[in-house]
Design a protein around this ligand. Structure first.
Ligand code: GDP
Ligand code: IMO
Ligand code: MG
Length: 428
């Protein structure tokens, strides 16, 4: 079966940490969507790694890691990741497999992203500017280039054609890219490094990942699908248009890996004990006060990919329930409980209210103007969790917080994370 771990909020829930913790129980870890907009942090033995394209099981040499067909790849960023892991003494190319059907992010996709965002002015999405929207647009517009194309004679010609179409749009938008830097490089230098990375990709294990995964499932191998972003950034169900350009929900696993829904096993939904969001868009429980600042500082809430400060707020149960429904979650994982340690009182949003009436369901437009969160105040535990070794040994107020969420959502919280390290993970 393919088990799934994905985010139930606006991303950065701590997926990387938990995938790494779960990896010894699986034979294969597979990313199914998104691209280098993701930043998944893994901390162990006093070392910290941030992965963007490579699945988070890479630190366990006996486990294979698949970049699935639903992922979009910027070869330059992929090799930056590979090289930084090699510098740290690992050889990720040994247990990394890449789908032939995964689409490529071109340097001009990144320019398009910047041009389109700058054209939006105050309505901008707050994209990570990794070229995600334009690359998925070309995929669905049937113009894209795929990993399997890199060995073809016509690759450069097709690249040039697509690039010239992009540059035409960029010129039309009046965007001057001559001084625009991509990861510190101007366009020409980035393009040069991109082509060097394309050449290096030929040495990677490029496979038909849908066949590989189904064959391995037939043999009884255990697969874990690793989500990127979060449910509230899903292109269909997130806070559109302030979303990413892929299906981040369980349904994305089937199309992003080429496996049948019959093969989907246990679905783990991961959320922070509070909420964060990076980039623009509605966020009903956002705190603009000292409490928000305390969450940001205490939780080190700065983007893993862009370094931007993350917006912070209280836990939002109406949104969490909606996410659980969309994904068919079986088991909940709550992250960053330790960040709430200093709070004597903690709020949980139990309902949304519009004009003084509690709302049923989840709104079409998640607007900060109309929707007012209804809060329940809970007692904080107001103590360190350092001595805690299991869910059963948690302070009473934290157990009450967990129980309240479990009852509201109707699912067990099987893991509570109390720090960024692999070992700071309390399991039932
Ligand atoms: P991802 O994108 O879902 O993998 O999450 P990110 O890596 O972008 O962000 C999660 C951040 O929280 C990282 O800096 C992690 O090291 C950190 N983190 C994960 N779990 C915990 C936890 O339980 N407590 C604290 N304090 N930090 C955590
Ligand atoms: P992980 O996997 C948090 C956000 C961006 C922006 C919107 C669209 O680390 O949880 P895009 O680059 O996709 O065009 O940006 O989505 N976003 C994320 N926020 N975590 C992520 O990934 C994100 N990936 C994209 O900030 O608001
Ligand atoms: Mg992240």
């Amino acid at each position: 079966m393919v088990d799934v771990i994905l985010g139930l909020q606006w991303g950065d829930e701590g997926k990387g940490k938990i995938v790494d913790v779960f990896t010894p129980q699986y034979d294969i870890i597979a990313r199914f969507q998104g691209g280098p907009n993701a930043g998944h942090t893994i901390i162990f033995d006093g070392r910290k790694f941030v992965l963007h394209t490579i699945p988070s099981g890479i630190f366990h040499r006996q486990t294979l890691n698949v970049i699935g067909n639903g992922v979009i790849i910027d070869p330059f960023i992929l090799f930056k990741e590979i090289d930084s892991l090699r510098e740290a003494g690992m050889e990720p190319r040994e247990n990394l497999l890449v789908s032939r059907r995964a689409h490529l992010i071109l340097p001009s996709h990144r320019l398009m992203d910047a041009a389109l965002e700058s054209g939006k002015g105050s309505a901008k999405i707050g994209s990570t500017l990794k070229g995600i929207g334009p690359a998925y647009t070309d995929k669905y517009g049937r113009n894209g280039l795929r990993v399997g194309n890199i060995t073809s004679d016509s690759f450069t010609q097709r690249y040039e054609l697509l690039k010239s179409e992009h540059l035409e749009v960029i010129r039309h938008a009046g965007f001057d890219y001559s001084s625009h830097l991509l990861d510190g490089l101007n366009f020409e230098n980035y393009e040069k490094r991109w082509f060097e990375s394309i050449a290096r990709m030929r040495d990677l294990k490029i496979i038909d990942s849908e066949i590989f995964l189904n064959d391995n499932l037939d043999k009884g191998k255990r697969v874990l699908a690793e989500g990127a972003q979060g449910t509230l950034l899903d292109v269909d169900f997130g806070s559109y248009p302030f979303v990413t350009s892929s299906n981040t929900i369980t349904a994305g696993v089937c199309s992003g890996l080429g496996i049948s829904p019959h093969r989907v096993g246990k679905i783990f939904g991961i959320f922070k004990a509070y909420c964060t969001r990076v980039g623009s868009g509605p966020f009903p429980t956002e705190l603009h006060d000292v409490f928000g600042e305390r969450l940001r500082t205490g939780g080190n809430e700065f983007g893993s990919t862009t370094g931007r400060p993350r917006r912070c707020g209280w836990l939002d149960l109406p949104a969490l329930k909606y996410s659980v429904m969309l994904n068919g979650v079986d088991s909940l994982i709550m992250m960053k409980a330790d960040v709430l340690n200093p709070f004597p009182e903690i709020n949980i949003c139990t309902d949304y209210s519009i004009d003084g009436e509690n709302m049923e369901g989840f709104p079409f437009e998640l607007s900060d103007e109309n929707i007012k969160p209804v809060y329940k105040e809970m007692k904080g535990w107001n103590t360190t969790l350092e001595g805690c070794t299991s869910v059963n040994g948690m302070p009473d107020a934290l157990s009450d917080y967990v129980k309240y969420i479990e009852d509201a959502v109707g699912l067990p919280i099987d893991i509570v994370s109390v720090g960024p390290d692999r070992l700071q993970t309390l399991q039932r």
